[in-house]
Every structure is written in structure tokens, then in C-alpha cells.
Design a protein around this ligand. Structure first.
Ligand code: CA
Length: 224
């Protein structure tokens, strides 16, 4: 899952990037409103964490409004130092999905981001499943047929993305843009290499393969 952080306080931005990367997310950071605006409206993100007060032409509220006007429905967590009811209302009215007042605990922010990544149909699901494969997005446990599977951070991120989009053919370019950050030097071949790694762990020891290659296109995770 790929996260955009727009935050001008470098110390906070760095702490957020580090904490989110530990959760296996791919994280891009913008340090002012204009850079943030450009990234939020052109790159595909699964969730965005946006500070309200930003230097530049665009503040947090105007970025969210521009995203919604452009029909970009990426869930947004708005950060602010202001905590009054009217600020909260303005934030949510602009199209933010949730709101966190500074200073906040990193654990709280991670829990909110996790909640925003859940689809409406899986409100309380922290465990994703496909056939006999299960993946816990909180404890990072992966199991198939009750056998525990050990994955690296990037392997976990890739499998999580495939499971969240199961039964859908995913082009390699889509996989790259949701699993790796903007600065990562990723070639289509890198995806093939990581697919091979997770196949060796998730499919190879079992009867039925779950990860299917779509020749000349990409991959699909499907249990049936
Ligand atoms: Ca700020």
C-alpha cells in the first residue's frame, strides 16, 4: 500500500515515513503545499496523510478539495495543530475522511491509517483471506493451511496488495506504483523477482497455486 505524507515539519515527516515504512507501506513525502498538491493529484495513493497548515499556494484543505474535485477518492487523514470544533468541521467538509490533532502518538496515527485502508465492506477485518491463505495486517502473520509463512517486509507488502485486489488482473505498473515508493528504482523485472520469492513461500509448498501469471500483462491472486 502506498502512502503520501504532506508535512512541512521535517522532523514529523521523517518520523511518519519511518513508522509507516515499518508497517511495510511505500511512503512518499512532500514538504510543502505545492509539491504535495502536484503529487496528490497525479500519483496513485492508497491513503494520504496531509497537514493542514502548509507553506506554498496550497494548504491541506485546498489540496483535499482539489483531489475531490478531480474525482480522486484516496482516503485522507488530516493533521492539524488546531483542535476546535469549527476546524474539525471545515476539515471534514473539505473531503477529509478523518482528523488527528497534533501532538499525536504514532501508534494512534498508524491505527487511523490502517482503518482508512479498510474497504467499507470489511470494516473490522484486519485479517485478509484468499482460500486457505490468511494475512494479518496488524501482527504481520501469514498462514496457509495453518502453516506459518515468513515474509520480508517488501514480500509482505506485495502479498497484501495482491490479496486486497484478489480476483483482479493487476498490471505490473499498477503493482509497482502501489508497493514501491516514488524514489525506488523499480523495473518490471523487479516485480517478477518478488513474485517468484512469494510464490516459493506461498504457493510452491502447496497443491493449488494462488498467484497466477497473466502473460504480457501482470498477475492475479485467485483462490478458485
Ligand atoms: Ca504545518
Amino acid at each position: 500500500m502506498r502512502v503520501l505524507v504532506i508535512e512541512d515539519e521535517h522532523k514529523i515527516a521523517r518520523a511518519l515515513k519511518k513508522a509507516l515504512e515499518q508497517e511495510t507501506y511505500a511512503v512518499d513525502v512532500a514538504y510543502d503545499g505545492d509539491e504535495g498538491y502536484a503529487m496528490a493529484t497525479t500519483e496513485p495513493y492508497d491513503v494520504a496523510v496531509i497537514d493542514r497548515m502548509l507553506p506554498g499556494q496550497h494548504d491541506g484543505i485546498s489540496i483535499i478539495k482539489a483531489m475531490r474535485e478531480a474525482k480522486i477518492h484516496t482516503p485522507v487523514l488530516l493533521l492539524t495543530a488546531l483542535g476546535s470544533v469549527s476546524d474539525r468541521t471545515t476539515g471534514l467538509d473539505s473531503g477529509a475522511d478523518d482528523y488527528l490533532v497534533k501532538p499525536f502518538a504514532l501508534e494512534e496515527l498508524l491505527a487511523r491509517v490502517r482503518a482508512l485502508l479498510r474497504r467499507p465492506t470489511e470494516q473490522h477485518a484486519t485479517i485478509l483471506t484468499a482460500g486457505d491463505l490468511s494475512l494479518n495486517t496488524v501482527t504481520f502473520e501469514v498462514k496457509r493451511a495453518d502453516k506459518s509463512i515468513q515474509l520480508t517486509g517488501k514480500e509482505f507488502a506485495l502479498l497484501e496488495f495482491l490479496m486486497r485486489n484478489q480476483n483482479r488482473p493487476l498490471p505490473k505498473s499498477t503493482i509497482i506504483s502501489h508497493v514501491w515508493d516514488y524514489d525506488a528504482d523499480v523495473l518490471p523485472n523487479t516485480v517478477e523477482v518478488y513474485i517468484k520469492y512469494i510464490r516459493n513461500k506461498v504457493d510452491q509448498p502447496f497443491d493449488k497455486p494462488l498467484i497466477h501469471t497473466i502473460r504480457g500483462f501482470g498477475y492475479k491472486l485467485q483462490a478458485e
